[in-house]
Design a protein around this ligand. Structure first.
Ligand code: SF4
Ligand code: SF3
Length: 542
């Protein structure tokens, strides 16, 4: 195995024996093979000039396949074997009469048994190191990880019934390009920028899908304590699953709590009508290791981030759905009408104890673009009068490494006339600190999930208009972003596409950036890593 797609990769180089995330070699290789087939499909679509509007099943299955390979989404070997078999069949149906000699091995290889599949998965031509040139490899992976983010967000939008053919077209173009040895590093840099452009598109699409179905997020106080009923914890990013679970648990005596990235579910008006939607339990994804123990009830993962459970007892309470999966955990699939039946989880919950209280109080969020715009006059006045000196975008991911204390300290030490704009699970590093407010505007404005980083961009563009500025970089906004998995990669590329410069990215720069590619990002976009809280604070306060 060779995997370096996330921030926690071994020694900030690569996981080559077992993943720091817990991913085993066989699963890692099968993930590579699944991406390989998907790249083969992309080449077929490109070379045959197929119209993506006629490829419904393929488009959807490609999204799901890619999503399954995102860090911490799926650890289930059998699920990958099944998906690869399905994708090879779909690929072969697409090829039909295309002469094989024009196609890459990714588009033509065959395997007749599971053993052959696993052998192919571990062969050198399939993995990341198949690309020998370090810079080309780096750019190919940067694009591929950006596309992973697009596929994840695209799938959530699709689950709500919204899609954009341009996203599929680009996905096939980008993935086919990663097989094309004729493309130069410059070509791939151009494609990286285009990936960011489609990152903006997919986040806008998901924003439209979420808000048109569930309303615009609004300022909300979310309870972090518990009640005395049996309960289900829902994690991940999929709001359609959240809605279905809330519907099906009504009047059953079973409460529902959110974990990690599902917290922003509470900000949507549509979910406020459910009395049994009690609050958020615990912190960000990696804290599940202790928090699932004390939660007592079943847990439903709708997406990443799963941490391999330490005990059988907890494992038996974990359910997965969609692209998520874990061996030995029950997986809930949708029926032909795309409906999911959560009865099993609800019945399971009834037989278990209520959650144990681990904290009490409330956290406030819901500051997506619509809500912030409703407060625009207040915000603009505070900036004009000097009460707000600067905004700090501290969006992105959290992770388990000790070095991430940096973000807590950074938030604590920011001057009192600054506001933090956040989205994604990075917020758990400082959203319970009680940093106060400025004229009633909380000092931590949480827009929502990582995809709601789109809201932060919309807010920045709106402020640029209000202050009549030429350049988004003239705004009093600094960017100190934390990344972990591949959705953060698309968020970053989207910000770069929008022209944002001087982004500080931490806690470490991606291992998949070769020195030359990192230099391009530094030269073109003035990206920098993080250093110490004190130095970065000085630099970013200007
Ligand atoms: Fe390592 Fe991250 Fe890949 Fe897991 S996802 S194997 S931790 S690089
Ligand atoms: Fe978090 Fe996994 Fe990235 Fe959606 S849940 S932001 S890490």
């Amino acid at each position: 195995m060779f995997c370096y797609q996330c921030q926690e990769t071994s020694k900030n180089k690569a996981c080559e024996v077992v993943g720091v995330c817990g991913k085993k070699e066989d699963v890692s290789n099968l993930q590579d093979l699944l991406m390989y087939v998907v790249k083969g499909i992309s080449q077929v679509v490109q070379k045959k000039g197929l119209n993506v509007k006629n490829l419904h099943t393929v488009n959807q299955e490609v999204f799901t396949s890619i999503f399954m390979t995102i860090t911490n989404a799926n650890f289930d070997k059998v699920a990958f074997e099944k998906q690869i078999t399905k994708m090879i069949t779909l690929r072969n149906q697409l090829i039909q009469d295309k002469s094989a000699d024009e196609l890459h091995d990714a588009a033509t290889f065959t395997v007749s048994t599971i053993e052959e599949m696993n052998k192919k998965a571990s062969s050198p031509e399939v993995g990341i190191l198949a690309t020998v040139n370090e810079d080309i490899r780096s750019l190919r992976e940067l694009i591929t990880y950006g596309v992973k983010g697009i596929a994840a967000y695209g799938e959530h939008a699709l689950n709500i019934g919204q899609e954009d053919p341009q996203l599929y077209e680009f996905m096939y173009e980008a993935l086919a390009a990663t097989l094309n040895d004729q493309l130069s590093a410059d070509d791939l840099v151009g494609l990286t920028v285009k990936t960011g452009e489609h990152g903006v598109k997919v986040m806008a699409l998901l924003d439209e899908a979420n808000t048109s179905k569930y309303g615009n997020p609004e300022v909300t106080e979310v309870n972090i304590g518990v009640r005395n009923n049996p309960a289900i914890l829902i994690s991940g990013h999929d709001l359609v699953d959240l809605e279905a679970l809330l519907e099906q648990t009504q009047n059953t005596g079973v409460d529902v709590y959110t974990h990690g990235e599902m917290l922003p579910g509470h900000y949507y008006p549509a979910f406020k009508k459910y009395d049994h939607f009690v609050g958020n339990y615990g912190g960000s994804w990696w804290e599940q290791i202790t928090e699932f123990e004390t939660f007592n009830g079943p847990i439903l993962f709708t997406t990443n981030c799963i941490v391999p459970p330490k005990s059988e007892e907890v494992k038996n309470r974990i359910y997965t759905t969609g692209a998520a999966g874990f061996p030995g955990c029950q997986h809930i699939t949708a029926d032909e009408q795309r409906k999911k039946d959560f009865t099993k989880i609800i019945e399971h919950a009834k037989s278990l104890k209520a959650p144990q209280e681990i904290e009490t109080g409330k956290i406030t969020g819901g500051f997506a673009h619509h809500q912030v715009m409703a407060l625009a006059d207040q915000v603009v006045d505070a900036v004009k009068s000097g009460k707000i000196k600067k905004f700090f975008v501290m969006a992105g991911c959290d992770g388990r490494m000790k070095s991430r204390d940096y973000y807590t300290r950074f938030a604590e030490e920011l001057p009192k006339d600054t506001i933090i704009l956040t989205a994604g699970c990075a917020k758990y590093r400082y959203n319970k600190l009680n940093l106060g407010d400025i004229n009633g505007i909380p000092r931590v404005l949480d827009a929502g999930q990582c995809n709601d980083s789109y809201s932060l961009a919309v807010i920045a563009l709106k402020l640029k208009e209000v202050f009549e500025l030429e350049d988004i970089n003239d705004l009093p906004i600094a960017y100190n972003i934390a990344w972990y998995e591949q959705k953060a990669v698309i968020v970053l590329l989207a910000l770069l596409y929008l022209g944002v410069k001087n982004i500080h990215l931490g806690p470490t720069l991606p291992a998949f950036l070769s020195e030359n590619v990192a230099n391009v990002l530094v030269d073109k976009f003035s990206i920098a890593g993080i250093t110490s809280v004190e130095r970065d604070m000085d630099r970013l306060l200007g």
